[in-house]
Design a protein around this ligand. Structure first.
Ligand code: F6R
Length: 357
């Protein structure tokens, strides 16, 4: 039930700190260490390459998950859109492992790939919010999101839950492979939960950005570099699906190769700057678009703020910024939809789970 909330989406955005804490609990052993079934970790360790298969928001989580697994566990990862996998089937190595990410566990495009790879005799893990779902039943192993039912069509808490489960999977695999990470993930995820809470208490900021810049615009851009680019893709999808604004997530450096032609007086550009390594580059991009009349707003991590219209998010571990930088984007989309009188929880032309190919 949505209780006192006007929409499920807002309720589900607000549930994210709680979901984080539930995930930490569910993946901890008696000693407080993060743990995952030995069989799953063996399958990870045995793989010479991992294939993440997903659609929509879950695909965007996969893009970040690849970075977690490659940086922490040092296993190469490819991320594929499920509906494309059959056409552009990669050349598979000897021991591939497939990870399906699906909130509902019912997405037909993902299921088609799962059926195919099982036929080929490969192992598959499903990361899903729904125990007993089709993708969970048909895979060899399941990792649950513990996010509670997600009712709003636009996925929010499932995305951050997917990121948390992926980073836990990466960490436990890395430990098993004897890697020294120099990171206490339980502690860092606790910091994430607190940072999420801070952001959920700053809704007016995001409401005013949405009201001022997204109430009448026809288009909007989300730019970022590195991990921020992937979060921008998710921000753009959120805005498109519930506010019907044509939105694009873009790699900051790629703008000048064509898309900057679309920037006009007042075009909203939301830039993410959560990593030291990208800060200078993305600031340069913001100047480029501002010089062409864009309204640019920067969401930067504490310590990286500069002059201009900057919103500062709390400091968290470098690798984990997508878990919190997405929250301002979820809230901006929510309020944009609200100010444009859109049906937030049930956007036109969309269903919660897409059970046709
Ligand atoms: C975005 C959204 C869709 C789903 C996609 C995959 O807010 O809801 O893009 O993410 O249809 O769904 P699942 O994760 O259930 O496979």
């Amino acid at each position: 039930e949505k209780g006192t909330y006007p929409h499920y989406m807002l309720k589900e955005i607000d549930e994210q700190p709680l979901v984080m804490r539930k995930i930490i609990q569910n993946y901890q052993d008696d000693q407080g260490n993060l743990t995952i079934d030995q069989e799953i970790i063996d399958a990870m360790n045995d793989a010479d390459r991992i294939y993440i298969i997903a659609a929509g928001t879950s695909y965007h989580a996969g893009l970040v998950g690849k970075q977690f697994i490659e940086k922490m566990a040092k296993i190469p990862v490819e991320v594929h859109i499920s509906s494309e996998f059959g056409y552009n089937m990669p050349l598979l190595p000897e021991k591939p492992l497939f990870i399906f990410i699906s909130q509902s566990g019912e997405t037909a495009d993902s299921r088609a790939v799962l059926v195919k790879v099982k036929e080929m005799g490969y192992k598959a893990i499903t990361i899903t919010n729904v125990p007993g779902s089709t993708l969970s039943r048909e895979a060899d192993y399941t990792l649950l999101l513990h996010a509670g039912p997600e009712i709003a069509v636009a996925s929010t808490k499932a995305y951050t839950a997917q990121l948390a489960v992926l980073v836990i999977l990466a960490e436990v695999t890395a430990k098993r492979r004897g890697m020294k990470l120099g990171l206490d993930l339980v502690h860092e995820l606790g910091i994430i939960a607190n940072a999420m809470e801070v952001l959920c208490n700053e809704k007016e900021e995001f409401e005013s950005i949405a009201r001022e810049f997204l109430t009448v615009t026809r288009n909007a851009f989300f730019i970022g570099r590195g991990l921020d680019f992937y979060v921008g893709l998710e921000g753009a999808l959120k805005l498109k699906e519930i506010s019907y604004i044509q939105a694009e997530g873009f790699a900051g450096g790629e703008l000048k190769h064509g898309t900057i032609a679309l920037i006009e007086e007042g075009t909203p550009v939301i830039a993410l700057a959560t990593q030291e390594s990208v800060n200078l580059g993305i600031r340069g991009n913001v100047q480029e678009v501002a010089a062409r009349g864009a309204y640019a707003c920067i969401i930067s991590m504490k310590g990286l703020e500069a002059e201009g219209d900057t919103f500062v998010i709390p400091e968290v571990h470098d690798l984990l910024t997508p878990l919190i930088s997405v929250i301002p984007l979820q809230l901006i989309s929510y309020y944009a939809a609200l100010h444009r009188d859109c049906d937030v929880d049930k956007p036109r032309n969309l269903a919660k789970s897409v059970t046709v190919e």
